[in-house]
Design a protein around this ligand. Structure first.
Ligand SMILES: [Zn+2]
Length: 390
């Protein structure tokens, strides 16, 4: 029996009530341990399912559940993330899920507890129906996707399934087959401190940085946006400034200015392409201000999602979705990033799929309950198709 709306609402509400804010983003976030324990306990009664933790950082375990196959079929790992972002803007109600028509509302109800629930319910249904898979099914809930992704990095060092389905809220009509990469970069411009009335000695790092920022914005409008080959399924290339600091006081020429940016890369590109563009901007600014000195410090570099060899998994999802949705999902891209980028960079055939929702990382995050009901059935069917059944 497929899971009912009421069963899903019950489980998803239980997951939302357990805080699992990643401490990487919010230093007093409690982390994922309590949620992982709940999920492990929920699966503990399933015969033939092995459940275990792998500690990624103190008190921050990844959780795995394996339904061992009979052999002769490929293994599939379902990956969802147990952590959420913070909820400072809706403290009064974030952890108290409420139902509003077709929507369930609460912190992480879509991103990504919807996906945790899909994996849990699909596994339970397969076991209770006595389905004997050929390949192994592994349901993993990882930590810290909203932070530095230490959970999925840790998982990929220890597990090599034949394919990974990353479950993230999207829409059931869209199977994500590529998405952008990104970098967090500090651009540092050096000046020379001097008395404020001594322009011959002073070099104004902030004025020089303004020239850099203006050119970055021009490039955002004309160059970044076109993607690697003039058009991209993954949308306009991400670019925005994030932080800026510089100078010491009113009376002194600023000796440095540091700009923090987030910048995207399209499938086929690498962050070094963006760094090269920034260095070309430096050359241009230097031609106006010979005293200009800049450097680029990459803080985080995440590859675009560009999976190879995913066709069998793609077909399994599309063929499983068609009878449930009454239409075939399409292949699509994203101008965002997920742990799927790490999985494809590790050389594992990977796709990203999930349910409709909204207000991600914002008050009143919601998930579509009709899509949840359909998703559990689609994912269960896709597991059978992909892993094979004896
Ligand atoms: Zn997510």
């Amino acid at each position: 029996m497929p899971a009912t709306d009421a069963q899903i609402e019950q489980l998803l509400s239980d997951l939302v009530r357990i805080e699992s804010v990643t401490p990487w983003l919010i230093p007093d976030g409690v982390g994922e341990a309590a949620l992982q324990r709940f999920i492990a306990d929920w699966m503990a009664d399933l015969p033939g399912v092995e459940v275990w933790f792998e500690e990624v950082a103190p008190g921050r375990p990844n959780l795995f559940a394996r339904l061992t196959g009979a052999g002769g079929g490929p293994s599939l790992l379902l990956n969802s993330h147990a952590d959420t972002v913070g909820y400072g803007n809706w403290r009064d109600r974030a952890l108290t899920p409420i139902r509003d028509g077709d929507r369930l509302i609460g912190l992480g109800v879509a991103d990504d507890k919807s996906s945790c629930a899909i994996g849990m319910l699909a596994l339970r249904s397969l076991v209770e129906r006595g389905v004997r898979l050929k390949g192994d099914l592994i349901v993993a809930t990882t930590v810290d996707e909203e932070g530095a992704s230490i959970g999925t990095f840790h998982m990929l060092e220890r597990h090599r399934p034949d394919a990974i389905l990353v479950l993230e809220p999207e829409r059931l009509d869209d199977v994500v087959v590529e998405h952008q990469g990104f970098g967090w970069i500090d651009i540092v411009v050096h000046g020379r401190a001097a008395h404020g009335s001594d322009p011959d000695q002073g070099i104004d790092a902030i004025v020089h940085m303004a020239e850099v920022i203006r050119r970055l914005k021009v490039l955002d409008n004309t160059g970044f946006g076109r993607g690697a080959d003039g058009g991209s399924m993954s949308g306009r290339t991400v670019f925005h400034t994030g932080t800026i600091r510089g100078g010491t006081d009113y009376a002194t020429y600023p000796s440095s200015c540091v700009l923090g940016i987030e910048i995207g890369t399209q499938p086929g590109e690498h962050l070094s392409d963006r760094v090269r563009e920034i260095q070309a901007i430096f050359d241009e600014v230097r031609s106006i201000y010979p005293g200009f000195r800049g450097e680029v410090n990459v803080q985080i570099d995440r590859e675009p999602f560009m999976p190879q060899g995913y066709e069998a998994l793609f077909d399994a999802i599309v063929e499983s979705a068609e009878p449930v949705l009454g239409r075939r999902p399409r292949a699509t891209g994203l101008n965002a990033w997920g742990d799927s980028g790490l999985c494809s960079a590790a050389g594992i055939p990977t796709l990203c799929y999930g349910v409709d929702g909204g207000n991600f990382h914002a008050p009143d995050e919601w998930v579509s309950m009709p899509e949840m009901v359909a998703a559990v059935e689609i994912v269960e069917r896709a597991i059978e198709r992909f892993c094979g059944v004896t």
